[in-house]
Write a protein that binds this ligand. Sequence first.
Ligand code: GLV
Ligand code: MN
Ligand code: MN
Length: 410
Amino acid sequence: MADLEALTQRVLSACADLARMSEEPGRITRTFLSPPMRQVHAYLKGWMERLGMSVWVDPIGNLRGYYPANKPTAPRLLLGSHLDTVPNGGAYDGALGVVLAVAVLEALGGRRLGFGVEVIGFSEEEGVRFGVPFLGSRALVGRADAALLALKDAQGVSVAQAVRDFGLEPEHVREAALQGEVLGYLEFHIEQGPVLESLEYPLGLVEAIVGQSRLEVGFRGKANHAGTTPMHLRRDALAGAAEWIGLVEREAWGEPGLVATVGQIQALPGAGNVIPGEARCSLDVRHALDEVRTRSVAHLVTRAQQVAQRRGLELAWEVKLDQGAVPCDPTLLERLEWAVQDCELPVHRMPSGAGHDAMILAERVPSAMLFLRSPGGLSHHPDERVLPEDVTAALRVGLRWLEILEEHGV
Ligand code: GLV
Ligand code: MN
Ligand code: MN
């Protein structure tokens, strides 16, 4: 049996090392194919190669490492998570899942299985740079099309150009798609919420991932002098946006299970003595039931139209993402449940309110997720943490799960 305590320390120190590979000194910020992603790739590549894995970066910038099977032709199991972060994020959202995947293979101590194992560090899951998430996993399921490559970031750089700047060839993006027989995908991830901590459980089995919509909503009025323009002659785009943001919050309070967030707002031209002529807002809406989510999005757009009309503003909106809720695979979950029981840990099934690459992979392959408790329920924050004993528990369950898949198949 591998020394899981030592491996736990290795996992935690790897997460701390990756956290220092950032676009901003003193903060953890790593967006799609930004320069520190190169360091992250080099770090993980070195570790995987020491385990006898072959490692490459695919044409959308996903880091992929293959741990061979004990026979020349065998199907593959996928393990992974994402390597990008939100601005000023934590050290574990995404990175922990990739690091744990490699650590579980290290815990095999060189033993090969009846199937190969591919570890994937997805290039993009958060949707920060291009306003649209899952760039890496969408390429794996063959959904990286011309429209995705043409998306532009705030500096006007397209996904295709960002890929080229990283030294990759966007023309070959289709080669990132999964080939051959794939048994399934497992993603380790911090819970990013308070449920497991409140139950005092180290781990949770994700049964389903809630759907999410992301929109960009723009109010356009008229920029003018803040000192000379009387209140009744203004068309203040930001004041309109502010009124609507209050309605967004009220909508979510009024619908059980609905969460709605305006996390980003830009006022233009952006000076203290100029009435904002334009306000651009993000909108993120999530619910376990797709019909509730889509109804609420339609309602919020109507609300924005009403606010705009009353204030003499123009409104434009664009749906950036309409991702339905996704159930996890019952067979993989059952095997995971056996693994948790065999490790004498409490079994707890739960939904995920956060989005994950697993919800995209589930379109093509059976997918499952294992959550690790999040101390303080905190995530998307620099104080995000994980408990060492929970990392050890995840390593034990991951190893046992691989053994169960060997014994029983998928
Ligand atoms: C990813 O973290 C998301 O759920 O937004
Ligand atoms: Mn994540
Ligand atoms: Mn995240």
